[in-house]
Ligand binder design. Structure first.
Ligand code: ASP
Ligand code: MG
Length: 486
C-alpha cells in the first residue's frame, strides 16, 4: 500500500480536487490510503474565528458564513450536494456560540473548532472520489485510531495508535479508499486534538508506518526540494534523492516543503517519503530515504541560505582559562530570549548569528555582556549551508568551498561544521550571498543535474518551486506559493 497526502492547496479548489481525483485513480493499483489537509487558509480562518468569538469581535453568523461559503462553493463546482457539510457547520456553530457566550477559549475548545477544517475537506474529497467512480470513505483521525497525549495544539501520537490504525484500515485497502483527515487525533479520554501546524504530514507518516506503506507521497504545489533557491540561482533543479539527514539540514532555515521531523516515524522504519507536485504530477519529485543507496557519488547535494541575520562577536580575555564563561554568555542571551542559530568559538572570542527579529533582545543582552566583554554587532549577514552526506567521507571539501568563495573575493566571517559532518555552514555579507551561491552551485551542483528520464514530461515552470532551505520568514519581498493551509 501507499499513503498519498494532499496539502491545503491540493484541496484548495474544485479544480485542484479534480486533479487529486486523477492522481488517486492512477495510484489505485498500489492500494492507497489518502490523507488530506484542510482547504488552504481554512485552518488560519478557524483559529481567527475562535479568537474573534471569544472577544465578541463578530457575531457567530458573521464568522461562520464566509467559511461555509468557501466549502459550498467547492461543493457546487464539483456538482456535489451543498448540504454535505451542513451537520459540521451546525456543530462548529454551537462551539463558536459557546465560546462567544462564555468569552472563554481553552486550548481544548480551540482544537475542537480547528478540527472542522480537515473534517470538511476529507468529506468533500471522499464524496468527489465516489462520484467519479472510486469507492471511498472519509475517516477522521480519531475514527482511524490516532490517539494522542493531551497537549492540545501540539499533541503527540501515542504508540497504541499503530495497532489501532492497522486494525481499522487494513481491511479497507484495495476495496474502498480511506480518506483520512490529517492533523487530527483524540486523547484517551476522547477529546479532539491537533498535531501542530502542518501536522498532516505527521498523520501521513503515522498512518504509513502503521500500515507498512511502501511509500508515503506528500503531494504539494512544488516539484520537491531543490538544489538551491531558484529565485537566486536560475539553474537550480529538483533533487531526485536525499537522505533524511540531508533533508533535515536543508529544511533547517524555514523550508515549508516538508518539515522532516514530521515524517520521522516513517523514515525511521525505512519507509521512503516522496515529495510530489499535484500541479505537475509527471515530475518524479524528491525522494527522501533513511540511508543513501549504494555509494554516495555526490559530495554536495544542496545549498541553503538564510539572509538578514545579525552577526554578534563577543570577545574577552576573561575567556582564557576560565571555566563557566560560555555558560555565562549563553545564560545572558537566554535570559533575554535570544535564539542563536550559528556559532563558532576561539580561545578568546565567540561569533554567533541571530535572526534580525531578535535585534532588540540582542541589544539588551549586549548591555549586560559589555560588563565583561567587547561586543560588536553586524547587520545584514547571510548564513549559507552546504549540505551533503558525501562530505563525511571526502576530505578537502572545506578547502574547495572556501577556494570558491576566495576566488570570488568574498569575505567569510564565521565558519561552523557540526558533528553530523554533512553540513558546512558559513556567514557572509548579504550583498555577497547571491554571488557565493551561484559560484558554489556552478562548482558542485551544475554537473550533477539529473538528466530527464526518457518520455518524461518537460520540466514544469519554476515559479512556485522552492529549495528545501532558502526561505526565511525575514524575506517578505520574495513570497512563495507553498502548499500549506495557513
Ligand atoms: N491544516 C493544518 C495546518 O494548516 C495541518 C496541515 O495543513 O498539515 O496547519
Ligand atoms: Mg499544510
Amino acid at each position: 500500500m501507499i499513503v498519498m497526502k494532499f496539502g491545503g492547496t491540493s484541496v484548495g479548489s474544485a479544480e485542484a480536487i479534480r486533479r487529486v481525483g486523477e492522481i488517486v485513480a492512477q495510484g489505485l493499483p498500489r492500494k492507497p490510503a489518502v490523507v488530506v489537509s484542510a482547504v488552504s487558509k481554512v485552518t488560519d480562518r478557524l483559529l481567527d474565528s475562535a479568537r474573534r468569538a471569544q472577544r465578541r469581535a463578530a457575531t457567530v453568523d458573521e464568522l461562520l458564513e464566509p467559511l461555509r461559503a468557501t466549502h459550498q462553493q467547492i461543493l457546487s463546482e464539483l456538482r456535489l450536494p451543498k448540504r454535505l457539510v451542513d451537520p459540521d457547520f451546525a456543530r462548529l456553530g454551537e462551539a463558536l456560540r459557546g465560546i462567544y457566550l462564555l468569552r472563554e477559549l481553552t486550548p481544548r475548545s480551540l482544537d475542537y473548532v480547528v478540527s472542522f477544517g480537515e473534517v470538511c475537506s476529507a468529506k468533500i474529497m471522499a464524496a468527489h472520489l465516489t462520484a467519479r467512480g472510486i469507492p471511498a470513505r472519509q475517516w477522521t483521525g480519531w475514527e482511524v485510531g490516532v490517539v494522542t497525549d493531551d497537549e492540545h495544539g501540539e499533541a503527540n501520537v501515542l504508540d497504541e495508535t499503530y495497532t489501532l490504525v492497522k486494525k481499522n484500515l487494513q481491511g479497507e485497502l484495495g476495496k474502498r479508499v480511506p480518506v483520512v483527515t490529517g492533523f487530527l487525533g483524540r486523547t484517551r479520554a476522547g477529546q479532539r486534538t491537533t498535531l501542530g501546524r502542518g501536522g498532516s504530514d505527521y498523520s501521513a507518516a503515522v498512518i504509513g508506518r502503521a500500515l507498512r506503506a511502501k511509500e508515503i507521497q506528500i503531494w504539494t504545489d512544488v516539484n520537491g526540494i531543490m538544489s538551491c533557491d531558484p529565485r537566486i540561482v536560475a539553474d537550480a533543479y529538483t533533487l531526485r534523492t536525499l537522505t533524511f539527514a540531508e533533508a533535515a539540514e536543508l529544511a533547517y532555515f524555514g523550508a515549508k516543503v516538508l518539515h522532516p521531523r514530521t515524517v520521522e516515524p516513517a523514515v525511521d522504519v525505512g519507509i521512503p517519503v516522496r515529495i510530489v507536485n499535484t500541479f505537475a504530477p509527471d515530475d518524479a519529485g524528491t525522494l527522501v530515504v533513511k540511508k543513501s543507496q549504494g555509494g554516495t557519488e555526490h559530495v554536495v547535494e544542496g545549498l541553503a541560505v538564510k539572509p538578514g541575520n545579525l552577526l554578534v562577536n563577543v570577545t574577552s580575555m576573561r575567556m582564557l582559562d576560565a571555566e563557566g564563561y560560555l555558560a555565562w554568555v549563553f545564560g545572558v542571551l537566554a535570559k533575554h530570549n535570544v535564539n542563536v542559530d550559528c556559532l563558532a568559538t576561539s580561545e578568546v572570542s565567540i561569533s554567533l548569528t541571530v535572526d534580525k527579529r531578535y535585534e532588540q533582545q540582542v541589544k539588551e543582552a549586549t548591555q549586560e555582556l559589555r560588563h565583561y566583554a567587547r561586543v560588536t554587532i553586524h547587520r545584514g549577514r547571510s548564513i549559507i549551508c552546504v549540505v551533503g552526506e558525501g562530505m563525511r567521507v571526502r576530505p578537502g571539501v572545506a578547502g574547495e568551498v572556501f577556494g570558491v568563495t576566495g576566488r570570488e573575493g568574498i569575505n567569510v566571517e564565521l565558519i561552523s561544521q557540526g558533528a553530523s559532518e554533512l553540513n558546512l555552514t558559513f556567514v557572509v555579507a548579504d550583498a555577497h550571498a547571491e554571488r557565493a551561491l551561484q559560484a558554489l552551485h556552478d562548482h558542485f551542483l551544475k554537473a550533477q543535474q539529473p538528466q530527464p528520464l526518457p518520455g518524461a514530461a518537460p520540466p514544469a515552470s519554476r515559479r512556485g518551486q522552492q529549495t528545501g532551505a532558502a526561505h526565511s520568514k525575514g524575506r517578505a519581498t520574495r513570497k512563495l506559493s507553498v502548499d500549506d493551509s495557513t
